[in-house]
Ligand binder design. Structure first.
Ligand code: GLN
Length: 312
């Protein structure tokens, strides 16, 4: 509502500065070397409502790469391309309780399929399901879908981050080869990985992320254009995964403390939404030991408690 938004605009700068202090207990990811350059004490937020009213605070203009946030949107595109049956032949519906790049439980669901589409193994399988004759064509389709949902036709990859990940992704490579051996991947491994690295390296600000989140909050329709971008059923599936797996093995704690569908990425971004009401994008590159933005989670918790946003 307008009064809630006014109150939010008033309080947000002070809340953000309090949360920013949490950054010193974490640090930017460094296993992708290029991500280590991010400013560890940055914190920015953008919140957008269905009438197009926007509230921002802190480093809301900082650009960063989507990383795992992109997995929600490749899942949506794969569902639109292959239907539920086509997707869930290759990837499960269960949380793992392990790290996002875990190898531990790859074989425990059905014959070798990854537990869910938001862990790396599952997202790599999803990348292979995007329609397109070549990896370049798949990548192009992903990019144009992201551009539509973010409402920005100039959205593109950060080449340096893409190269940095592609050059150091030994673990993701081994996950992908394992999936290939289990016949989860029908295609060659390297072209599938190329699609995956590229969608992870799409560069955004938290204002883009807020817009992407708003489309999910409004069940697939962009309220600013009135266009249906994703069928409601697929958004429902994506939001359910966000609640059960969106914050990796901290998803249970996040559900208790914040209680909103959300997805984090290792560049420090968090996409969150208040169903039917707001899209939220947060960026804070310093991560906690679970790989989530430490200050970003703190800020979302403060807001959710103040406005009683928990879904539960
Ligand atoms: N591109 C990153 C990776 O595959 C995404 C992981 C993440 O954001 N958690 O390691």
């Amino acid at each position: 509502s307008e009064t809630e938004l006014n109150r939010l605009a008033e309080q947000l700068p002070a809340w953000l500065e309090t949360s920013r202090k949490e950054s010193r207990h974490g640090q930017p990811a460094s296993y992708i070397p290029e991500l280590a350059h991010a400013p560890g004490d940055a914190l920015g937020i953008a919140l957008l409502d269905a009438a197009g009213r926007e509230v921002t605070a802190g480093d809301s203009r900082l650009s960063f790469t989507l990383q795992s946030i992109s997995k929600v949107f490749t899942l949506l595109l794969a569902l639109m391309d292959q239907g539920e049956e086509g997707v869930f032949r290759k990837v499960g519906m269960e949380p793992t309780g392990d790290d996002f790049n875990s190898m531990l439980k790859l074989e425990l669901v059905e014959p070798g399929i990854p537990f869910n589409p938001l862990i790396n193994a599952g997202a790599i399988a999803v990348s292979s399901l995007i329609r397109g004759a070549t990896s370049a064509e798949k990548t192009e389709r992903i990019l144009s879908f992201f551009r539509e949902v973010a409402g920005d036709p100039t959205l593109t990859f950060n080449e340096a981050v893409y190269r940095s990940e592609a050059a150091t992704a030994h673990r993701n490579r081994s996950l992908a080869y394992f999936l290939k051996d289990n016949e989860v991947l029908d295609e060659e491994v390297e072209p599938v990985l190329d699609v995956y690295f590229k969608h992870c390296s799409v560069e955004v600000t938290c204002r883009h992320v807020a817009r992407m989140a708003l489309v999910l909050a409004m069940n697939g329709t962009d309220p600013l254009t009135g266009r249906e971008l994703v069928p409601r059923r697929y958004v429902q599936i994506a939001k359910t995964f966000m609640v059960s797996c969106g914050m990796y093995n901290a998803s249970g704690e996040f559900a208790i403390r914040v209680g909103l569908p959300a997805k984090s990425g290792v560049a420090g971004g968090i996409l969150a939404l208040v169903p039917g009401r707001y899209g939220i994008g947060v960026v804070g590159p310093a991560l906690n030991d679970k790989g989530n933005s430490i200050a970003g989670v703190h800020l979302l918790q403060t807001m959710s408690e103040a406005f009683d946003w928990s879904m539960f």
